[in-house]
Design a protein around this ligand. Structure first.
Ligand code: SF4
Length: 224
């Protein structure tokens, strides 16, 4: 049987190659907003917007919304319609506008207008699941306490053979058991950038991939 450690034995090399490769690409939206603003509220709200939406749509939508309001108090002064108009055309924008308003209300009522710095409390907020909780902890609070897993992280870590899982939730649990904690903070950013640009869901660009040598390309049927 393959030991856990042997699955990730090249992780240090893989991380450093991915860091090189993603320099040519745009940062994923959550990291970009976290890096630029160091503001957990903006990371949290942009993460709500980003669910099932491409970063190229979320980025401009976040900019439009944050020009109108960049804190819970000001956000609550906006009507749901104003939020919808600002974030359109992100996917499910009416539902997301509702969650944004509800979240701001809770932040003011229960957390003195501040985003709580805890997994348990973040998960109580409307519309916040494990991914947005992890993204906020990593890129809003700059912690290495979580590995946020979205479809890119899920697919890529399965292709690399690090995990063999059916859902992002199971991938998160499996990754936290095998990945050394010093890599947790950067992992989402690296794998999302790689997954958006090189290891794309259908027909990945394996011929241009810096980590090709270390990748068993599990379940990759077609590549470029
Ligand atoms: S070699 Fe192909 S499947 Fe493996 S990480 Fe690179 S792009 Fe993805």
């Amino acid at each position: 049987m393959v030991s856990l450690n042997s699955k990730i034995k090249n992780i240090s090399r893989i991380i450093s190659l991915l860091k090189k490769q993603i320099k040519q690409f745009e940062n994923p939206i959550a990291t970009e907003i976290g890096d630029k603003t160091k503001n957990p509220f903006l990371v949290l709200i942009s993460c709500i917007m980003s669910l099932r939406t491409k970063d190229t749509t979320t980025g401009p939508a976040a900019k439009r919304l944050f020009q109108l309001a960049d804190n819970p108090k000001d956000m609550l002064k906006l009507t749901k319609k104003q939020i919808e108009k600002a974030i359109f055309p992100v996917g499910f924008y009416p539902t997301k506008a509702k969650y944004i308003k509800q979240t701001c209300k809770r932040l003011i009522k229960d957390y003195t207008g501040k985003v709580p710095n805890s997994e348990e409390e973040l998960l109580k907020l409307p519309g916040i699941g494990r991914k947005c909780m992890g993204i906020t902890m990593c890129y809003g609070f700059n912690k290495n306490s979580h590995i946020p897993v979205d479809t890119h992280v899920h697919k890529l870590t399965n292709r690399l053979g690090w995990v063999k899982t059916k859902t992002p939730e199971k991938t998160e649990i499996a990754l936290t058991k095998i990945i050394p904690k010093k890599y947790w903070h950067d992992l989402n950013n690296l794998l999302v950038a790689h997954g958006q640009n090189t290891c794309v869901p259908i027909s990945p660009f394996c011929s241009k991939c810096y980590i090709r040598k270390y990748c068993p390309r599990i379940n990759v049927k077609k590549s470029r």
